[in-house]
Design a protein around this ligand. Sequence first.
Ligand code: DX5
Ligand code: ZN
Length: 223
Amino acid sequence: MIKIAPSILSADFARLGVEISDVMACGADYIHFDVMDGMFVRNISFGIPVLASIRKATDAFIDVHLMIEQPLRYVQRFCDSGADLVNCHVEADSVENTRKALDIIRSCGKKTGITLSPGTKADAVLPFIDDVDLILVMTVYPGLGGQTLLFDQLDVVSGVRKIIDERNPGCELEVDGGITLETAPAAIAAGANVLVSGSTVFHSGDRAATIRALRAAGDGPIL
Ligand code: DX5
Ligand code: ZN
């Protein structure tokens, strides 16, 4: 079953609670929450107080994508503020510190994730494969919504799918960036089972139909 995780980076922030309720009512599975620190990526988005506010307003599963340096410094606070899953980039710290971050997330009773940016090979997941609930492969350079999918990244998705199937078949495989009705079939064919989508969902005139079409993208031609 394909899951859809709308990224609220493309939502209307002045109406964030309503936007989240709307995409959940339209059939979304997760809410994808993109945190940017102006260091790991150039942009700054939103962080802990916004997460805490959202948590009070929705029961949705919140998938927190930390695009921040040394996430170990903050994972406890994101867990305490309502994340359901916290995802750390493998490029953002040493293997040892990333392991410590994952241990904290798990000890908080939350799900763990790691993310690979373009340029990082699939086997970078190996030190963590037994300890993660989800692996996110970026299909754009992190830091901005509305970019075009980098098709070379689908080779990384296939490589990670192989490792997951061999070592931790329960682990989810998420893709993020440039997912549209046109690109979703290729991402699913490469092995993804969770599709993050910001602009495609939030800018759609019919969000329920768009979410349905994204989810069905693995079933064959959709346009
Ligand atoms: C990019 C973020 C994405 C972004 C995706 O750094 O991690 O989650 O919002 O946006 P779209 O779907 O518009 O490419
Ligand atoms: Zn993201």
